[in-house]
Design a protein around this ligand. Sequence first.
Ligand code: PMT
Length: 319
Amino acid sequence: MAKPRMSSIDGKLAQEFAVPAHVEEIKEKMAAFAGHHAAAGRRVVLITSGGTKVPLESRTVRFLDNFSSGRRGASSAEYFMDSGYAVIFLHRHRSLYPYTRMFSNINMLDALKFSGGASSNSGEVVVNQQVLPDIARALRRYQEVKEGKLLLPIEFSTLSEYLHLLKAAAQALSAIGSKAMFYLAAAVSDFYIPASEMPEHKIQSSNGPLQLSMNMVPKILSPLVKDWAPRAFVISFKLETDPTILLDKARRALDAYRHQAVVANVLDSRRGYVVVVTPETQAELIISDEDVKNDVEIEERIVSNLTSAHNKFITQQGG
Ligand code: PMT
């Protein structure tokens, strides 16, 4: 088998970002998962989800983080599995997770009750379906997914873990070529402090105000598309707070990285409006008030748009 090409980012990753424990083991697990599902005729999507944490000290007390809840990634994972995909879910530790995401704001103890009433001594506990009205549907689907081994969850917390695990995933999925999709919904830090410049111990406030100088994180999309998984169908996301620059930035990303699509969204409207931009097309996806009443989520539309595009891509690539 041809050896994957080395990029200049490979060297930087190795030198400046600590390699997480067990990365080779996790890579083998991902490769086995992808191989198994591709042999069964399934496509495999790698979803990244949640924000990355950037430490300020090597014995970390403080870190920089961002707003991402992981909702986009977790709900998209469900719709991909409903569409017949197997999912590698590379997500931030404790961010939203497929199927449990609907219940993340509920106090577990409010959702349970004694079967014989509050004064009963039976000790048998049952679910209070008034607090968790959709629990049976979610549990059923969760168990089907588990039985079919359709979901492989992998966790990261820090930026370094994210970068190394994404590289490992890309290399693991390269064997299934165009049947692999990358859906890069995680909110990845653009800035970091290299290990060589990071103080070991807690930064002391007695030293006065803190001035930070941070390096640019290498754009990982570039080696992913060019070197690590060159035959895969790759979707990046573009988040802005200023809607007037969004589409231009999305197009510039497509020009720079030469991947297949960008899902463009604005922070405040991201649950109700996105634009899927490809080199030839631009599709606005909108959730109306009526959709909200019917519990339609925008991720269902994003996934439907992208699975169709992936179909075409596979056909063009010759299967
Ligand atoms: O999690 P939620 O609360 O549901 O929110 C979802 C979301 C808003 C986080 C999601 O829809 C989204 O937009 N994710 C991407 C946010 C982001 O990081 O955008 P960006 O413009 O900074 O990066 C653009 C792309 O470059 C991303 O796909 C990222 O994977 C990629 N990137 C970023 C940094 C880096 N060093 N290398 C990269 O390749």
